[in-house]
Design a protein around this ligand. Structure first.
Ligand code: HEC
Ligand code: HEC
Ligand code: HEC
Ligand code: HEC
Ligand code: HEC
Length: 210
């Protein structure tokens, strides 16, 4: 039984990718290999290393076939120097709790691929970091402090985008907030409710797509 599982897991055919679900918004023409790069070593070496792990002769497994998808893959096509929430910031110690709950240091935490949508995070995730929000001179008709107290986390994306990539000024009145329905529709892959075009467009990186 153990051996059978082992064989299925290591069968070289496993290394060929079969798609899991519909690609996320904008990714229909992005080649699999842009995100799924081959793990180092030949299949034979990977099998040997993993067998040694199972036999207790090695401390860690090695990636089999393909490496996990990492931020570098995303950033190759989505580099944005002025991101208002750059992932690297969230490696700081003060975000330890947020790393536990929403893992904001990884693109795929909020953009889980193969789900046929644009954003997979809940729109209220701002609460993980902005609980202490207080503006010295708050321009809003209802202050940020009151919004936080009232747990109005569904309003945030109605006045602010997350990456700061849309050319927009946040409105000062709750009446001008983009309704949550349109935000959810956008996250699901619908039309953008924010002004456009975006400051930094996605780029196909030379030699990445087939
Ligand atoms: C924009 C990046 C991206 C593209 C393009 C992409 N994938 Fe993925 N894929 C992911 C991510 C992220 C995961 C989650 C698991 C991981 O991190 O490896 C995943 C998981 C998978 C898995 C499950 C593997 C596992 O370990 O759970 C398969 C199979 C897969 N993708 C196949 C494909 C195929 C086939 C294509 C091309 C049609 C493709 N993918 C294109 C990002 C991508
Ligand atoms: C080979 C280049 C490439 C890679 C790699 C890539 N993307 Fe994309 N991505 C694109 C293109 C091209 C679009 C479509 C942009 C458009 O429609 O203007 C896109 C669209 C998107 C969108 C929707 C953008 C919008 O304006 O609606 C999101 C979100 C996104 N990508 C996130 C990611 C994440 C997260 C990863 C890493 C897992 C990733 N991308 C990897 C090229 C890439
Ligand atoms: C903590 C959650 C979170 C993380 C982590 C995250 N995003 Fe997003 N992303 C969002 C939300 C929410 C939106 C929709 C609001 C907006 O457009 O800014 C979005 C929108 C986008 C868009 C479309 C709008 C635009 O800015 O062009 C792209 C492309 C994108 N993300 C790429 C990425 C990439 C690449 C990474 C990693 C470097 C990443 N995101 C990390 C939450 C996240
Ligand atoms: C993982 C933590 C984290 C999450 C989640 C988060 N933020 Fe932030 N945000 C920050 C940090 C850090 C700054 C930079 C300000 C600072 O240094 O204190 C910031 C800055 C901002 C700014 C000011 C940007 C500028 O430079 O003008 C806005 C607006 C903002 N966040 C809105 C949001 C909204 C809306 C959400 C939810 C969709 C959100 N944030 C989620 C950590 C976070
Ligand atoms: C009615 C629109 C509106 C809503 C709703 C709103 N904001 Fe703001 N926000 C603004 C304006 C206007 C500013 C000040 C000008 C600017 O930074 O764009 C601001 C500023 C900020 C800043 C920058 C603070 C600083 O010290 O510079 C952060 C962070 C922020 N908002 C987060 C949030 C979060 C989190 C929520 C949800 C609880 C939220 N906002 C809801 C309009 C809004």
């Amino acid at each position: 039984m153990g051996l059978a599982c082992l064989l299925v897991f290591f069968l070289p055919g496993q290394e060929r990718l079969r798609q899991r679900g519909p690609m996320n918004t904008g990714h229909d023409t992005v080649a699999c290999a842009s995100c799924h790069t081959q793990a180092p070593g030949t299949i034979r070496q990977q099998i040997q290393a993993n067998t040694r792990f199972i036999l207790g002769l090695r401390k860690t497994t090695v990636d089999f076939g393909h490496r996990p998808v990492e931020n570098d893959q995303c950033l190759a096509c989505h580099e944005r120097p002025n991101d208002t929430h750059p992932i690297f910031r969230f490696l700081e110690p003060r975000f330890a709790e947020a790393r536990q709950t929403i893992a904001p240091q990884n693109c795929v935490s909020c953009h889980r691929e193969h789900n046929g949508v644009r954003v997979t995070a809940e729109p209220s995730f701002c609460s993980s970091c902005h609980q202490e929000l207080r503006l010295r001179k708050d321009p809003l008709s209802i202050t940020h402090e009151q919004l936080v107290k009232g747990e109005k986390w569904q309003t945030c994306l109605g006045c602010h985008d997350y990456h700061g990539n849309h050319p927009m000024n946040a409105p000062t009145s709750l009446r001008d907030t983009i309704p949550i329905g349109r935000i959810l529709d956008y996250m699901d892959g619908g039309r953008s409710p924010y002004p456009g075009p975006v400051r930094h467009k996605a780029e196909y990186v030379e030699g990445r797509q087939e």
